[in-house]
Design a protein around this ligand. Structure first.
Ligand SMILES: C=C1C[C@]23C[C@H]1CC[C@H]2[C@@]12CCC[C@@](C)(C(=O)O1)[C@H]2[C@@H]3C(=O)O
Ligand SMILES: O=C(O)CCC(=O)C(=O)O
Ligand SMILES: [Fe+2]
Length: 386
């Protein structure tokens, strides 16, 4: 049987069974949440106010969207998209569904805690184990059908729930499960479209990517939905919502509510805020596009900061290939003058590598170490970007 995404961490369990706090009851920042510059692997304070250095916004209905996408991937690794075809109603609905999940009592959420060797469930971000300090956030990871999740995450409650709940509650939960399902379906379609804008701009066509299917529809693709909640924080300048990382995906589509917090690290500039734009979605280049493109489209280092007054919510659709397909630099992009820089690796194997090496994961699959004089500035893991 081919490997499934949900098995990715079976051989790399991570123990994060720390009790999650009730953030709303904390009126000052506990020491365990107070970050200093030394606690992050990357510079934390450099903030950019440059008005002309802002993340590209691409209107997907424009005829030159493909060119703009290629340029954004090469120079930023992140862009926002408008006219993407996801109905505003669905974005509003998924935001409400996310809010209602996070507003459950802590004990209820902890019943759905992600097991150490699992991918799905409630808890701190997986990468938390690489830091001495805790992040000011909580998350739900959903892989596959939300109905199966409901059953798996709250097994004791599942049968009882359908037997005892009143009509209104049942309708409410059914509606939320439906919204998550619909959101996953729409995101998958958009992810496929974005993949072809990215690959197309590199001169790659559907025949070049066998696992994309004959119509390039990425039928066997896998994905995870990550709901992130960042409660208002009494001392935002000393806290970290989600520490700097690149996504272990092909690409990530992120919806953020109207509160800013997402920042990307830009060479020579520092941390640049990706401002929330009503109706727009953020697209990140992940490590697997970095590999497929042989480093031409570098994955983007990003993080989430928090604020004093507003609760922030983000929903990331983490899109990847079928879990057991080998990903390697596309043959059209390699040749005598462009040797392949990365060895073939499956998504599951890469997730395991990330669980083990975190920000050294990409360089650990690199074939030839860059000479210091030819340092690959696109590889965050070999060169510190300051
Ligand atoms: C498919 C994925 C991608 C994961 C692991 C697994 C499920 C959850 C994803 C995230 C979501 C939050 C940031 C991150 C860094 C984390 O800690 O969990 C992501 C990670 C990755 O991109 O590496
Ligand atoms: O909350 C955000 O803006 C970032 C979330 C993120 O980076 C992730 O879920 O991978
Ligand atoms: Fe991310």
């Amino acid at each position: 049987m081919p490997a499934r995404l949900s098995d990715a961490f079976k051989s790399h369990p991570v123990n994060l069974q720390l009790k999650h706090p009730d953030f709303n009851s904390l009126h000052e920042l506990p020491d365990s949440y107070a970050w200093t510059n030394n606690d992050d692997h990357y510079p934390s304070s450099l903030s950019s106010f440059g008005a002309d250095d802002s993340v590209p916004v691409i209107d997907l209905s424009e005829p030159n969207a493909i060119k703009l996408t290629g340029h954004a991937c090469k120079t930023w690794g992140v862009f926002q998209v408008t006219n993407h075809g996801i109905p505003q109603k669905l974005l509003d609905d998924i935001e409400s569904a996310g809010k209602s999940l996070f507003s459950l009592p802590v004990e209820q959420k902890l019943k759905a805690a992600r097991p150490p060797d699992g991918i799905s469930g409630y808890g701190f971000a997986r990468i938390s184990s690489f830091f001495r300090k805790l992040m000011w956030s909580e998350g739900f990871t959903i892989v596959g059908s939300p109905v199966d999740h409901f059953r798996q995450l709250w097994p004791q409650d599942y049968e009882k729930f359908w037997q005892n709940a009143n009509f209104f509650t049942i309708m409410q939960v059914a509606k939320e499960l439906n919204i998550i399902e619909e959101y996953e379906k729409e995101m998958k379609r958009l992810a496929g479209r974005l993949m072809w804008l990215m690959l197309g701009s590199l001169g790659i066509s559907t025949e070049d990517v066998k696992w994309a299917g004959s119509k390039g529809e990425f039928k066997g693709a896998s994905a995870a939905l990550q709901l992130n909640s960042y409660p208002a924080c009494p001392e935002p300048d000393r806290a970290m919502g989600l520490a700097a990382h690149t996504d272990s995906t092909l690409l990530t589509i992120l919806y953020q509510n109207n509160t800013s917090g997402l920042q990307v690290l830009r060479d020579g500039t520092g941390w640049v805020t990706v401002p929330p734009m009503p109706g727009a979605l953020v697209v990140n280049v992940g490590d697997l596009i970095h590999i497929l493109s042989n480093g031409v489209y570098p994955s983007v280092l990003h993080r989430a900061v928090v604020n004093r007054t507003q609760h922030r919510l983000s929903i990331a659709y983490l899109f990847g290939p079928p879990a057991s397909i080998q990903i390697s630099p596309l043959s059209k992009l390699v040749g005598p003058s462009h040797p392949p820089l990365y060895r073939p690796i499956t998504w599951n194997e890469y997730l395991g590598t990330k669980a083990k090496h975190f920000n050294k994961a990409l360089s650990s699959v690199r074939l030839c170490a860059p000479l210091s004089s030819l340092a690959d500035v696109n590889d965050h893991n070999s060169v510190k970007v300051v």
